[in-house]
Design a binder for this molecule. Structure first.
Ligand code: SF4
Length: 484
């Protein structure tokens, strides 16, 4: 198939880019980047997806005669012959320039085929999956629901008017994108642009235009509404007066308006602004961070590491609870609660500091999972006198920083802010999950222990980072030379 013909085709898989960003879908068709090296987590997901597909293939092969298709013509032949299950079929509608590659085509008792795909989960990229499967249904020209074989062994069926509306929008938009000579104009969005292969093409343009959605707290909708009142650039926003900005659907209260303006000033000047005094709780601080695995067989998150940094906050002050696998999840949880009780006895008046709500939310989920809401340690951790303290709160409440994201690493790694560097530059929560999976599958004890050490070292750096952040905030709360 020639490059031009290829470009004119709409593939069901184009939905992946299209749902993320229509500009990305345009680049895919007109100026694609073909050499994209997936990061370790994406590679892990890819391999887990292949393994899941192989297990579904095995299961279906035990029940039916499965025929593998090798072309669109071969798929049609197999369908005409009434093959029970067709693996890797190719469906084409040349009038619509539409093509789809369902993982399986399954013949029902009426001789009609249902498309089926294998997905690890539906929660992520649900819209993409709906459109892909909706396109298969169009190509099959029947109304049978499409099937999804999920990673936790559940089978979902997709159908409905909503899906048809999304498919219509996708097809009309893709037709237009294929014809357009220039990429569509879209707003910058950190969450979708950060991992996009075309970031180096788009970001300079966003920066040159001083796109307001480059700012923390300003999303595309807010940027559109600001543009309607002639605030289209970061400089214009920085010079604005909150009192004269009307209430907008995505920018209603005075505080939010002030934050957006000061964030624009911080972006332009690199300055830290303090809006309110920083008040940190008194007590003995213990820094706390968890590592959890969302890719369990049951898809229920399993905390494999509960990590702590205790006084005197040196490398040797790192303590932890480790849980090898999902089957000893409960023992890990109980050991965590015992450790909390140990700290209660060891120190008077403790503050258990963590960054963001994830740790507290996880404790709540574990309390529900094991029906332990009335346990005295759990009740203390989650009650009115809770020692848990989210260090992100004083930052969000009191400070405006010259950065795009207020994550722990964004603040701590920045040389102009906390300036704490992780020993392993590649490490992160997804990296940790990949290492944990390697740990679980490794049979050589020496290698296994080495992997565990690297995960512990990463977690120790995380809790050390929150300690450094605490110290930085304490210092900042004493100073006033930067306050405008
Ligand atoms: S970098 Fe952002 S705007 Fe550009 S194509 Fe990717 S997602 Fe779209």
């Amino acid at each position: 198939m020639s490059g031009t013909t290829n470009r004119l085709l709409i593939r069901a898989s184009d939905a992946t880019s299209w749902v993320m960003c229509i500009r990305r879908a345009w680049f895919d068709k007109h100026q694609p980047i073909t050499e994209v090296k997936p990061d370790a987590f994406m590679q892990f997901l890819f391999e887990a997806g292949l393994a899941h597909e192989a297990s579904v293939l095995k299961r279906l092969s035990e029940q039916y005669l499965v025929c593998r298709a090798n072309s669109a013509e071969h798929t049609l032949e197999l369908m005409e012959q009434g093959a029970q299950v067709i693996y890797q079929g190719r469906l084409v509608d040349s009038e619509m320039n539409l093509i789809g590659y369902p993982d399986f085509l399954i013949r029902n008792e009426n001789g009609l085929y249902q498309a089926a795909d294998v997905k690890l989960s539906l929660s992520e990229n649900k819209k993409t999956t709906q459109i892909q499967l909706g396109v298969y249904r169009r190509l099959l020209k029947n109304d049978l629901p499409a099937i999804v074989y999920l990673g936790d062994n559940r089978i979902a069926q997709l159908t409905g008017d909503d899906v048809d509306v999304s498919v219509d929008q996708f097809l009309a938009s893709m037709k237009q994108l294929i014809t357009d000579a220039q990429p569509p104009t879209v707003r910058y969005s950190y969450s979708r642009c950060e991992t996009c292969p075309y970031i180096n093409r788009c970001l300079p343009e966003f920066v040159r235009k001083e796109e307001t959605s480059l700012l923390y707290g300003v999303d595309g909708n807010m940027a559109d509404q600001l543009a309607q009142i002639d605030i289209s650039t970061i400089s214009q926003l920085a010079k604005s007066d909150a009192a004269f900005i009307p209430d907008l659907p995505h920018l209603r209260n005075e505080r939010k308006k002030t934050r957006a303006i000061v964030q624009a000033q911080s972006y332009l000047t690199g300055k830290i602004f303090q809006l309110e005094p920083i008040a940190l709780p008194e007590g003995i601080w213990i820094h706390f961070d968890i590592e959890d695995d969302p890719m369990t067989n049951s898809r229920v998150r399993h905390v494999y590491l509960w990590g702590f940094l205790v006084p005197s906050y040196t490398k040797t002050s790192f303590e932890y609870v480790w849980s090898d696998n999902e089957s000893n999840d409960y023992q890990g949880w109980i050991s965590f609660l015992q450790k909390i009780e140990d700290y209660r006895h060891r120190y008077t008046s403790i503050v258990i500091a963590h960054y963001s709500n994830h740790e507290k939310a996880t404790i709540k989920k574990y309390a529900q999972r094991y029906a332990m809401g009335n346990d005295k340690t759990v009740a203390w951790l989650l009650g009115d006198e809770s020692p848990l303290y989210d260090l992100q709160k004083p930052i969000l409440n009191s400070l405006i920083l010259p950065i795009q994201r207020y994550g722990l690493k964004d603040i701590c790694k920045n040389p102009n802010l906390v300036n704490f560097q992780w020993e392993n530059d590649e490490s992160g929560s997804q990296w940790s999950v990949v290492q944990f999976k390697k740990f679980q599958s490794e049979s050589d004890l020496t290698i296994k222990n080495f992997i565990k050490e690297t995960i512990l070292s990463y977690n120790r750096d995380d809790v050390t980072a929150t300690r450094k952040l605490e110290m930085w905030l304490r210092e900042l709360s004493q100073r006033n030379d930067f306050i405008d």
